[in-house]
Design a protein around this ligand. Structure first.
Ligand SMILES: Cc1ncc(C[n+]2csc(CCOP(=O)(O)OP(=O)(O)O)c2C)c(N)n1
Ligand code: SF4
Length: 273
């Protein structure tokens, strides 16, 4: 780690399990901040918003402006922050439980209105902090503390949902491919509009998917990014409940549309004149 990354450390004791893949996301984020600073984005202009969960503890370990919201509520909090100060780069870090269960409506509406924030979902496919209950992305048959006999529900694919909700930047990353993830996050932060990265993040204590992912994940070619049809094809390459396919990571969809903040300000100016 270089000196600039060290400056992003805090004195908080890290309580993640040793070897947790959240460390990969933390390292990637630090690298993102260092890269953005080199390009003239001051770290004071970056805000990380989290909820509750192992994933959300990341703000304790980053010497950046941050806001800790309720479980399932970081997206709407981030939207408020962005609206209050459109010059900020606002990044949400939250778990799949908080985002795809409790806070699902906020995800859909932020994508729909194309608010200019970046959402990073640490998708370990379980409620990890509360010791491994099933979430919307746990596979059918998932055995955890709330489903000891195995979940009978089929998971849904969050990328499909964000694409269908008019999200303008839809991507998947892997917590163990740190440099690839760093580059994805930089592109997401620079994207003008709603950017979403579902980060596959093995929870080594309650759902260890590391070797499953290591055998299947590959970096996809980023082409025809403005085609929803092509995006859907890529997204559906891996069905969450099927174990026999490869898993593409990278950007699947990226288009430019007016952001919510710009449209709103335009409307307000018109009203005044
Ligand atoms: C509204 C609400 N529901 C439930 C909880 C209890 N709770 C706190 S953390 C947590 C699990 C978090 O899981 P996830 O969002 O997937 O994040 P992870 O810990 O896996 O990173 C739950 C259920 C809460 N604090 N608030
Ligand atoms: S419970 Fe899982 S997600 Fe939470 S710190 Fe431990 S390994 Fe990481």
């Amino acid at each position: 780690m270089d000196n600039k990354q060290n400056k992003l450390d805090t004195c908080a004791e890290n309580t993640w399990c040793p070897g947790c893949s959240n460390f990969g996301i933390l390292t990637a984020l630090k690298k993102v901040v260092v890269s953005l600073e080199k390009e003239g984005v001051k770290k004071e202009k970056i805000v990380v918003v989290s909820g509750i969960g192992c994933s959300s503890k990341i703000i304790d370990y980053l010497n950046l402006n941050s806001f800790s919201s309720l479980h399932g509520r970081p997206i709407i909090s981030a939207e408020g922050i962005k609206l209050g100060n459109p010059n900020l780069k606002v990044i949400v870090c939250a778990g799949d439980g908080g985002t795809y269960n409790e806070g699902i409506s906020h995800l859909i509406h932020a994508a729909k209105r194309n608010t200019d924030i970046t959402v990073l979902v640490h998708n370990n496919r379980t409620f990890a902090l509360t010791t491994g209950q099933f979430t919307a992305t746990s596979p059918e048959g998932f055995k955890g503390s709330s489903t000891p006999q195995g979940s009978v529900e089929e998971p849904f694919n969050p990328l499909k949902l964000v694409l269908a909700s008019n999200g303008t930047f839809v991507a998947r990353g892997y917590a163990m491919r740190i440099d690839h993830l760093k580059n994805l996050i930089i592109k997401a932060v620079k994207h003008s509009g709603f950017s979403f990265i579902d980060i596959l993040q093995p929870c080594i204590s309650f759902f260890n998917t590391t070797s499953f992912y290591n055998q299947r994940i590959y970096e996809t070619e980023e082409k025809n990014l403005d085609s929803p049809k092509e995006a859907l094809k890529k997204i559906e390459e891996w069905q969450y409940n099927k174990n026999n396919s490869k898993i593409p990571i990278g950007i699947f969809y990226k288009v430019q549309k007016p952001t919510f903040e710009k449209e709103l300000l335009k409307g307000l100016r018109k009203k005044r004149s």
